[in-house]
Design a protein around this ligand. Structure first.
Ligand SMILES: [Zn+2]
Length: 472
């Protein structure tokens, strides 16, 4: 058997690993989009380093776009096999991929229209046209190929190939892929961690270790870090809301990722309402993807942890309370934008580089009564990152805005396990793991994590580069 590392190799996006069995059968693990500031990102996203027509099966670990964002493109380029995932991953991936297709279509249209103006002045631009990686129809074609299965069940997916998903507690539906291969000359157990979550987080179950395996492909995002716990975050959250909305009659505007963070905040507010702690103010979730993702959360109680099931006994909807409104309509969103009423507004994207959040911030940032509250990581070059870093001015929609609103950061918790939590996750592999491959980590982080794993009794740890192929 061979493994080729086709993405998230010495970096954190574009997750994709190709397993080729001795008889030529090909299994692709993940098919993610490359994101961020990587050099040659367009070249990486525009083509595959394998032939999609030759892939027999795709298995997805979870629905984050850096793990499933190129699935419709794989199908567009001739992949016809099965796509295996958990039930929740299938449902979430469908809306995430469709959202990505729509964003790309709008971006490319905008780019080509602007190119049209330039073309008139400069003949050198003639014929230069950007194209989308895939469109909505490609997403539909991809969704048609999904076969979803439950956690913790050993399923035969092909002669001599079994798969079992274990819950990683990272996002709704997230899983490690446990492969059992006994086919021709291949006879081994392979575990692909996917992204590893954190214990004791709200809503989702704690990460479940993989089955003991011979070959391990594991993420290493926070391989050099320990997360610092901040026990009083709930009180700080309440104080920010009271000071802004009650005392100053302003708005708290929260940029949040549509999947995961939005539902965590809504559930936290729901708990505060039931404990009679939240002041009587209106709360809005204003992002179409967040609204759709929350519906999918409601449809998958199999992913909820014990605490949330206990909570459900008393409160039917963990993502809804009387003063909360989910906004679907653009006109409602615009009205909210201009409203002067105190409110909490949760909107996407989390880094403020796309979506309705940009309008909410642009309209409210110059008023000192308001607060912009960051609850997650933002790349430094994004508008969110610029505000988090304390900028006094920011350009939005071509206009220079003065930052008069209060800027607050609640870095609560990451959805990725830290160094110790990842070690705990792998601890049952010590006696079986013959070879470990670190993926999904920055090139400077991986050697630190490799050293740490070696100090803790693991051997034969590799850090493959993109495109590298290893014979097992
Ligand atoms: Zn992820």
């Amino acid at each position: 058997m061979k493994i080729q590392f086709c993405g998230a190799a010495q970096e954190v996006t574009g997750s994709s690993h190709l397993i080729t069995l001795d008889d030529g059968y090909k299994i692709l693990l993940d098919c993610g989009l490359f994101q961020g500031d990587i050099v040659n990102i367009d070249a990486l996203n525009n083509s595959f380093i394998f032939n999609p027509k030759e892939i027999d099966m795709l298995i997805l670990s979870h629905a984050h776009i850096d793990h499933c964002g190129r699935v419709p493109m794989l199908v567009k380029h001739g992949f016809k096999g099965k796509i295996i995932s958990t039930h929740a991953t299938r449902d979430l991936a469908a809306i995430m991929m469709m959202d990505t297709a729509h964003i790309m279509e709008r971006d490319v249209q905008y780019y080509n229209e602007r190119l049209g103006d330039k073309k008139k002045k400069n003949p050198a631009y003639k014929g230069v046209k950007r194209e989308v990686l895939y469109n909505a129809q490609d997403v539909v074609n991809a969704v048609d190929l999904f076969i979803s299965i439950s956690y913790d069940q050993l399923n035969k997916i092909e002669d001599g190939i079994h798969v079992l998903f274990t819950d990683t507690g990272h996002i709704l539906g997230s899983a490690s892929v446990n492969l059992r291969i006994k086919r021709g000359t291949d006879d081994l157990r392979l575990g692909f961690s996917g992204d590893i979550g954190r214990p004791n987080r709200p809503i989702l179950k704690d990460p479940h270790p993989m089955l003991p395996s011979d070959i391990i492909i594991t993420e290493s995002t926070y391989g050099d870090k320990l997360h610092l716990e901040k026990p009083d975050e709930t009180q700080r959250f309440l104080n920010i809301i009271s000071e802004t909305c009650v005392k100053q009659k302003g708005k708290v505007i929260i940029p949040a990722f549509s999947v995961g963070r939005t539902q965590e905040i809504v559930h936290k507010l729901d708990q505060l309402v039931h404990e009679n702690k939240l002041p009587k103010i209106k709360v809005y979730v204003d992002s179409p993807l967040s609204v759709n993702a929350t519906e999918i959360f409601r449809a998958h109680p199999e992913c909820f942890d014990y605490e949330l099931h206990q909570y459900l006994l008393k409160n039917e909807d963990p993502f809804g309370f009387n003063s909360l409104r989910y906004i679907h309509d653009v006109s409602e969103s615009k009205a909210l934008n201009e409203s002067k009423e105190p409110a909490v507004i949760i909107s996407a994207s989390g880094m403020m580089n796309a979506g309705r959040i940009k309008h909410h911030v642009a309209n409210n940032i110059e008023n000192a009564r308001n607060t912009i509250l960051f609850v997650g990581y933002c790349s430094p070059e994004t508008p969110g990152g610029i505000l988090r870093n304390g900028a006094k001015q920011i350009k939005m929609f071509g206009e220079l805005k003065q930052v008069k609103a209060r800027i607050e950061i609640l870095d609560s918790f990451s959805a990725h396990g830290d160094q110790n939590e990842m070690l705990d996750f792998l601890s049952n592999q010590k006696n079986t793991a013959q070879q470990i491959f670190l993926v999904h980590g920055e090139a400077k982080v991986m050697p630190v994590y490799r050293e740490f794993l070696m100090d803790n009794g693991f051997n034969n740890i590799n850090m493959p580069k993109i495109g590298e192929e290893v014979r097992i």
